[in-house]
Design a protein around this ligand. Structure first.
Ligand SMILES: C[C@H](O)[C@H](O)[C@H]1CNC2=NC(N)=NC(=O)C2=N1
Length: 104
């Protein structure tokens, strides 16, 4: 998949299908709430998806919340399809693992 910067319209289109995700400071960002006991498994599942995609998020764990920030370093920090694809994977894994967008 090419690391080509997405346009604002393409980013908005991707966000429409990513509940709880926003574009913040040039990165795709989301914060999920999860039961403390579910956090390690959620992280492990995301880490496996990252390694499969060879694309990695900045992940912040604070007790029962897991935050993600995504941009593409190889594209000068722009948001690319690599980021939206991984965000989609994280969003699906969150549902599987009982994590829900913190804003909800
Ligand atoms: C060498 C390795 O393939 C690259 O550094 C990959 C790894 N993971 C990555 N993750 C992110 N977020 N952006 C990248 O450009 C990137 N590049």
């Amino acid at each position: 998949m090419a690391a080509t910067p997405l346009t604002d319209a393409e980013i908005a289109q991707a966000l429409a299908d990513l509940p709880g995700w926003t574009a913040q400071d040039g990165r795709l960002a989301a914060v999920y709430k999860a039961d403390r006991a579910a956090v390690p498994g959620f992280y492990a599942a995301v880490a496996a998806a990252e390694d499969e995609a060879n694309h990695h998020a900045e992940i912040t764990v604070l007790y029962g919340t897991v935050g993600f920030a995504l941009n593409t370093h190889d594209a000068g920090g722009a948001i690319t399809a690599l980021d939206t694809a991984l965000a989609e994977r994280i969003s699906a894994l969150a549902v599987e693992r009982g994590a829900r967008p913190a804003g909800k």
